[in-house]
Design a protein around this ligand. Structure first.
Ligand SMILES: CC(C)(COP(=O)(O)OP(=O)(O)OC[C@H]1O[C@@H](n2cnc3c(N)ncnc32)[C@H](O)[C@@H]1OP(=O)(O)O)[C@@H](O)C(=O)NCCC(=O)NCCS
Length: 179
């Protein structure tokens, strides 16, 4: 297995297509979303972690870098986007391997926290990797036309301590769209 960390500029058309293929297989309900773009709600990852075996991608995570507001604090975060493991490779904790590598890289880049949104059923996967759930926080995202919308309450919000250890109190404003 080979682990690679690639800046967005280093992902050429052929590799983009290959990652899209991996995402389509991993998120069968979301095939339409991954026809041309990996960028959920237009949020572009700064870099991507790939785990490859025999020239195919078996695990992926994109990282969106952003300065956001939490309460009155401005913090720099590494947002997890499109975490996935190819269906035939699940159950081996490979998601933790790419996520951990992404957080090591974020630490090297002096980022304050990791931040992710997920469904309740997979909260445990991240919790096992050291992620902590933020309870009862309003999280506001900004649409392309400037409208501000709260993300659904059923979404679980989790952070990973990096340069900073205690996530600031208060509501979260993503200063852009979610990822
Ligand atoms: C989530 C994912 C990356 C985890 O990969 P993994 O590290 O190999 O872990 P597994 O797939 O074995 O899942 C671990 C546990 O979570 C559960 N799980 C994973 N995805 C789930 C889902 N969408 N709904 C309900 N449970 C889920 C598994 O059933 C398993 O439960 P168990 O430990 O009780 O058997 C992988 O399942 C995947 O690619 N899913 C599709 C894409 C996705 O939902 N990504 C997350 C975006 S936040």
């Amino acid at each position: 297995m080979k682990l690679r960390i690639l800046k967005e500029e280093a992902i050429d058309g052929a590799l983009n297509k290959k990652i899209l293929g991996c995402l389509q297989k991993a998120f069968p309900d979301g095939v339409l979303n991954f026809k041309e773009s990996r960028y959920w709600h237009g949020s572009v990852p700064a870099w991507t972690v790939l785990l490859e075996e025999e020239n195919s991608i078996i695990a992926h995570v994109g990282i969106v870098e952003r300065s956001i507001k939490a309460g009155t604090d401005t913090i720099r975060i590494a947002g997890l986007q499109n975490v996935c493991v190819a269906p035939e490779h699940r159950g081996k904790n490979l998601s933790n391997m790419v996520v951990k590598a992404s957080m090591d890289e974020a630490m090297r880049l002096n980022i304050d926290f990791g931040l992710l949104f997920c469904i309740k059923q997979i909260e445990k996967i991240y919790a096992c990797g050291g992620w902590k759930t933020l309870h009862e926080r309003t999280v506001v995202r900004v649409e392309a036309d400037g409208r501000e919308i709260s993300i659904p309450e059923k979404n679980i919000v989790m952070y990973y301590p990096l340069v900073k250890k205690n996530f600031p109190e208060g509501n979260i404003h993503l200063q852009g769209n979610d990822w």
